[in-house]
Write a protein that binds this ligand. Structure first.
Ligand code: MEV
Length: 447
């Protein structure tokens, strides 16, 4: 085994100045260094170029060392009735069944009064993390005396944001020395209106940090060591438990009858499935992953930062000390209720939202929503996705619908022709899809 591994080991030396090479030179280097065995490598990478529109240059300017473009399907889930307004929701996602499931859940609930959504808070957070080994009381006194100077120092940065109703909302000195020796924070809260606000928050924090450290140097009550405030870092937090949206649906249990199952039985089993996700982290993670299928797809389509959203939501799922379900359900007086509260820091201006032509059109499809409206739409997409997944799980099982949608991927894996695809799509309308069943039918067809 070891000799075998050695046989294919290639000696690679580090490259310097890679970013300075042209795109073609980068691909040359890559083809010779890591992809020498793959004669198609260049073609695979270059077939996604879009040289005749401004798009290629735009993409290359988003990030460094771009070689190609990585496409995802951009689709639409119509019929989302949210607070009595009908939306068609754009989604960017590769997983076969997600858009179909979202569309199905949207239609199901639009016939039962639709989704209700409400923004409960829009507070964003950023922190200056610093070390100070002196007297805590003196630090507190210094902070109180300098707070207005800190806020004045960011006035040029906050001017435009304040015109839009946002800005720095609050700043506190937090003593964290019980967690870590000498560790303190300036814990700041912000309102960033329709922008996600990451650049705004980080710029303010860095200005706070610089002003704070400089002022400490000349503060008369500090001794020589106390003047030494070491700024460790200044950065926004992607944990935003004060930037919360709630989405919910409800209907009489009788309206839930499905596939030979009574509405009462369906609702009771649905609630049980959610209780399992509330108490069992192994299930909760998969349950929440299903929610994120809907959330990420809309977040990505609208040019928002899905990594920030993922990090914040999963942290929120653990807020009570144990990872748990983000959604909840109950039956009360014959009424079924299904809801979710999640933190979502989103923007509909700035960032990629206006730069990426597909994000721009996604926001146009959503009728140019404010950040708060987008929070509601995204949360609803997550709730709908979870409803569809749990509904399948407790009735037919997930594979039936999932594999039907996955059929085309399997056919493509076997390089099926258009004609073969037509024949087998029709055949599998009435048969269970599995990898081996598709292989078998294809073999039959080909022989
Ligand atoms: C698959 O992408 C998502 C599901 O696993 C979610 C769930 O189990 O609830 C179907």
């Amino acid at each position: 085994m070891y000799l075998c591994a050695l046989k294919f080991h290639i000696m690679i030396t580090p490259i310097s100045g890679f970013s300075k090479l042209s795109k073609e030179e980068k691909i040359d280097w890559l083809s010779q260094t890591y992809l020498a065995h793959n004669t198609n490598a260049r073609k695979i990478l270059t077939q996604y170029w879009n040289p005749d529109s401004g798009l290629q240059q735009l993409h290359e300017e988003f990030t460094e060392n771009t070689l190609s473009n990585y496409y995802l399907p951009f689709g639409l889930a119509p019929n989302f009735l949210i607070n009595d307004r009908l939306y068609a929701v754009p989604m960017a996602i590769e997983e076969s069944s997600v858009i179909a499931a979202a569309s199905k859940a949207a239609k199901f609930w639009s016939d039962r009064g639709g989704f209700k959504a409400e923004v409960l808070g829009t507070e964003k957070i950023g922190q200056v993390h610093f070390m100070y080994s002196g007297d805590g009381k003196k630090l507190e006194h210094f902070f109180n005396s300098i707070k207005s100077t800190l806020l004045e120092a960011v006035a040029p940065l906050t001017k435009n944001m304040e015109k839009r109703g946002g800005g720095v909302m609050n700043m506190e000195l937090r003593d964290k020395t019980k967690l870590l020796d000498n560790y303190y924070q300036l814990h700041c809260t912000f309102e960033t209106k329709d922008s996600m606000g990451a650049n705004f928050i980080n710029s303010c924090l860095e200005r706070f940090a610089e002003t704070f450290r400089e002022a400490a140097k000349s503060h008369e009550a500090f001794n020589a060591t106390e003047k030494e405030i070491e700024i460790v870092m200044s950065i926004l937090s992607n944990y935003v438990p004060g930037c919360i949206v709630k989405a919910e649906v409800s209907c009489p249990v009788t309206a839930l009858a499905d596939q030979g199952m009574s509405g009462e039985d369906f609702a009771a089993k649905f609630v049980r499935a959610l209780k399992i996700a509330e108490v069992e982290p192994y299930r909760a993670v998969t349950h929440n992953k299903g929610i994120m299928n809907g959330i990420d797809a809309v977040v990505l389509a609208t040019g928002n930062d899905f990594r920030a959203v993922e990090a914040g939501i999963h942290a929120y799922a653990s807020k009570d000390g144990k990872y748990s379900s983000l959604t909840h359900a109950e039956v009360h007086d014959g009424q079924f209720r299904f809801w979710m509260e999640i933190p979502l820091a989103l923007g509909t201006v700035g960032g990629l939202t206006a730069l990426h032509p597909l994000s721009k059109i996604a926001l146009e499809i959503l009728q140019k929503p404010s950040a708060e409206e987008l929070m509601k739409i995204v949360a609803v997409a997550g709730l709908a996705q979870n409803f569809a997944a749990v509904k399948s799980l407790i009735t037919t099982g997930i594979q039936q619908g999932h594999m039907k949608m996955h059929l085309m991927n399997i056919l493509n894996q076997f390089q099926a022709t258009t004609q073969e695809k037509e024949v087998l799509t029709s055949y599998f309308k009435n048969h269970n899809v599995s990898h081996s069943a598709v292989e078998q039918q294809l073999e039959k067809l080909r022989s």
